[in-house]
Structures are given as structure tokens and as C-alpha cells.
Design a binder for this molecule. Structure first.
Ligand SMILES: Nc1ncnc2c1ncn2[C@@H]1O[C@H](COP(=O)(O)OP(=O)(O)O)[C@@H](O)[C@H]1O
Ligand SMILES: [Mg+2]
Length: 168
């Protein structure tokens, strides 16, 4: 993400959920960037939302927030996992192509769940019951052609602390 292309986001506090409108691709990248900047390692981020909702765009912004060149971040749709090294180690998974319920076990993803790596999972619902209990949930929804809505939710103390830092 280029400096100066950051978009100011307004977060609506709905108790244990936060929503924000993402009126442009840059806004979605900015949300990712803002979250990426607050990461310290070991966080799990579960992304949900239909194809084209902006999950990969979000990850690109998140990568830039941990000093990874966002241009090198591509969708791991076929390889299922990409790894990047910046200020932190980033694991970017996309489970869209998983067909069997426990197929994700073959990916080695769980090795990173208790590590200092940041793990971001597109189509997290494909491993629903096996997701780590403490994770930041982000749901992206289509609004209009170039506008999305993000809903953030924390599911434990680590992700809550992260969410509160993002809201500061
Ligand atoms: N506000 C927005 N946020 C994110 N992507 C957007 C937005 N508006 C339009 N788009 C477009 O939607 C697509 C999102 O693609 P992508 O991030 O790959 O989705 P996903 O990974 O959820 O399938 C891109 O083509 C992007 O240009
Ligand atoms: Mg994607």
C-alpha cells in the first residue's frame, strides 16, 4: 500500500462487534493495513465472505502493515498456503478448494497456531470446528459494486485486545 493512500475508516461499536463501511478497494486495504500495524505475532484472523468480497484485498493491506510488499501477495487459491516474511512471519491460507472436512490437516496449518506467526485464513468456515478458539473474525459483505461492509468480532482475550487497539 502506498503512503498517502490510507483511507479514514469509521468503526461502529456494536458491543462485541464492530462494523465499518469500505467504500473502495483502498478502504479495504486500509483496514488490513491498520490491523497489520497492530499485530505482534501469534494472532489468528479468520476471514469470511463470498467470492470477490475482498478477502485477498484485505490480506494485501494487512501484509503492508507488517512491512511486506503488498504487490507480492497473491491469492493462494491453488496452493492453499502462502508464506511471507516481513516484520512478522505471515501465513496466508485460502481453504476455498478444500473438499473434505478434515483435508486442512494435510496443510500443516495447525503447526502455526501456537507459533509467533500471524495466520490469516480465507474461507475459515471450511475448518469451522477446528479453528483456534481465540481469533479475530472478519466478515466481508458486498454492498455495491465497489463498496463492502466489514464486521469484526473477537472470540477471546488476545483477539479482543487486538480489536480494541484497532479501534483506538
Ligand atoms: N470496497 C472494496 N473492497 C475490496 N474489494 C473490492 C472493493 N470494491 C471492489 N472490489 C473488487 O472486488 C474484488 C475482491 O477480490 P478478492 O479480494 O480477491 O476477493 P476474495 O478474496 O474475497 O474472493 C477485487 O476485484 C476488487 O477490485
Ligand atoms: Mg481470495
Amino acid at each position: 500500500m502506498k503512503p498517502g493512500s490510507m483511507v479514514t475508516l469509521t468503526m461502529n461499536d456494536e458491543g462485541n462487534r464492530w462494523t465499518t463501511r469500505l467504500p473502495s478497494v483502498q478502504a479495504t486495504e486500509s483496514l488490513g493495513h491498520r490491523i497489520g500495524q497492530q499485530l505482534t505475532g501469534g494472532e489468528i484472523i479468520a476471514l469470511r465472505g463470498e467470492l470477490g468480497a475482498g478477502k485477498t484485498v484485505f490480506v494485501r493491506g494487512l501484509a503492508s502493515g507488517i512491512l511486506i510488499d503488498s504487490a507480492v501477495v497473491t491469492s493462494p487459491t491453488f496452493t492453499l498456503i502462502h508464506e511471507y516474511q516481513g516484520r512478522l512471519h505471515l501465513i496466508h491460507a485460502d481453504l476455498y478448494r478444500l473438499e473434505l472436512p478434515h483435508e486442512w490437516l494435510g496443510l500443516g496449518l495447525q503447526e502455526y497456531f501456537h507459533s509467533s506467526s500471524v495466520v490469516v485464513i480465507e474461507w475459515a468456515e471450511r475448518m469451522e470446528d477446528d479453528l483456534p478458539p481465540d481469533r479475530l473474525e472478519i466478515y466481508l459483505e458486498h454492498q455495491q459494486r465497489s463498496s463492502r461492509k466489514a464486521t469484526l468480532r473477537s472470540t477471546g482475550p488476545q483477539s479482543r485486545e487486538l480489536a480494541l487497539k484497532i479501534l483506538e
